[in-house]
Structure formats: structure tokens, C-alpha cells
Design a protein around this ligand. Sequence first.
Ligand code: MG
Length: 372
Amino acid sequence: MSSSGFSSLAVTEQNSRGRVYPEKPHKYRSDFERDRDRIIHSAAFRRLEGKTQVFTLTVSDGDDPYRTRMTHTIEVAQIGRTIAAALGLNETLTEAICLAHDLGHSPFGHMGETVLDELMTGCGGFEHNRQALRIVDLIEHPYPGFPGLNLMYETRLGLRKHPDGGDEAGEAVFSERNCSLEGQIADVADRIAYNCHDLEDAFRAGLILEDDLAGLEIYRRSFRRIDAGSIADGSIRTTRIAKDIIDRLVSDCIDFSRSKIAGIKITSLDQVYAAGDKLVDISPENHQMLCGMEKFLLENFYLSESLGRTTDRVKKHLKCLFEALCGNPDLLPPYFRRFVRSEGLRRTVCDYISGMTDRFCLKTLERVAENI
Ligand code: MG
């Protein structure tokens, strides 16, 4: 541990590469606290409330709502902070990365992303991690002197998910081979969070039944550990099991990462960046069990028939809106029209649509349809 109380592998304000546009220090808040707050106050963050994870359109209408990207994001941040604190790493940076990690998602979950990527073929494609960087570096514009949120280098690095760092569309390029440990935590926290809450939501939607999970080791272990057979209420039982899976995976991640880092004798942040391997992870045994659950969710939930019907509608809606806006750029709001010259029309339309909430996307389609 260093004098700051952090592990010598943590990102700190002292070893940070700082901001692109230098700013005076704040009287009360650290640089990474300011980053976290800028993310929370951004328009893209507020829109997470209206973006679904998996459930879309008809499936999510109800008075007992399933996860949105907003609630998912908050859960990821909580898990991330627990892991960061236990490993002596920068909890605030971890929180900032977790809060920003899904900013780039389009409306209608992963299907929306696939459709936009197809529509952007030959123009750089569309991918939600790259989009998160475009949002914080360019599209958000709350300051007069520069575009974007002017986040700290390491917060932005944490949003990078590709080893090459940049792409042909000209997005940010990073030289580090590996992400900081704080960024690696955000990745694991995301994986733990979405698997466990998708499981819980799928139960509540009645898309999967408890008997369906009897073959899954990860489920059976938690069932036994909390003595779930003694819980009479089915909804409480499945919730407790999902929470226990989270708890076990988080503890496993802390223990496994701690011993992995100690085992390879890394002592500096530069060595973290140069390492070819993920240093924060869950153990191979739990990884294998989690893969089993991911496969199960894919086959029984994400690809379920009722979600499939929604998917076809989403495809049609997004394509129609995209082509309509490309054919009539005057229908773009002035804020986005000014990007056409520097970013190109298709990229600007993609930026605009990908930022929409599910409902706003449908509303815009109706409005645009009246004008063509
Ligand atoms: Mg996520």
C-alpha cells in the first residue's frame, strides 16, 4: 500500500495522465470524483433510464419494472466499488468507469446495435464501447471551450474494450496494451451483474422456470448454500439464489485476482498496462460455471420466441428511421446537424439514433413518417 492508502497498482491523481484540456483543481472534489459527477450529470446517462437491457417494447410494459440500463449501471457500479475497495484500488475511478460503461448503447438492446452496425457498413460500423467514447469525447457538450466531458485519461481508457484502442472512424487511440485494474474490474462487474439480473428478470417474466435450471452447477451450489428448499415463496427463493450467485462471484473475483496479482509479482501501474493478460477475473472454475449459465440464458431467454418477435419489429423501425433521416437531414435537430460537416451524414444520423431512448425512437419514427 502507498501513502494514499491505495495499492501501488492503483491509478491515482498523481500517476494519472490527466485531461486533454487542463483544468484548475476543484476545492472539494478530486479529479476522479469530478469525472464520476460529470458522467452522472450527462444527458447520455439520464437516457439510460429509457433504454432496455433485454426486454423491449411489449415485454417491459408493467408496473413492476425490469432492469433498464440505468438500474443495471447502478448495480455494476456497486459491485465494482466492492471489488475495488477490497483490492485497495481506486474506488472512485472504478465507479466512474462503471457508470459510463453502457453510455454508448443504442435503443432496443443488442439488436439495436446489430442493426446500426449493418447500416454503418463501409462507414466504420457501430459498436457500443466505441460509441461510449464518442459520447464522452465529442457528443456531450456542456462546456463552452471544448467538446465532450474532458474526462481524465484513465476514465476514458476504462471505456476502451478493444486491444487496438481506436478504429478507422477516427476515435481515440490508446497506447496501453492492457486496461488499468479499475477498468478490468468494471468488465467483471458488468458480467456478474447482467447474468444474475437477467436470470432474476427472466424468472419474473415467467420465461424460465426453476426446474429449467436444475442442470446448472452454479445454480445448484447457491441453492444448497442458502438452503433454498426451505424458502416457501418462489419469488423470494429465486431472488435469494440470484443474489447469492452475485455474492459468490464477487468474493471469488476478489480472492482470485488478489492471488493472481501476487503470483506474477507485478508492482507498478506500468507493469499492469504492459501485462498481456487480464489480472482481475473470476477463477477458472467459476468462469466455467458462469459460461454454463450464459449459454443457458442465450438459448432459453435471449433467443426466446417472444423476444424474437420484438426483434423483427425493432429491425424494421431502426432501418426505416435511419434511411428517412439520411434522405432528409433537415429532420435532424440543429444540435446534430452541425456534426454533419465534420463527421459525415451517416455517422451523424447514427450518433443521433443511437442516443435515443426506446420510446423516443418510436416517437421520432412516427414524426418522421409524417414528413416523408
Ligand atoms: Mg453493461
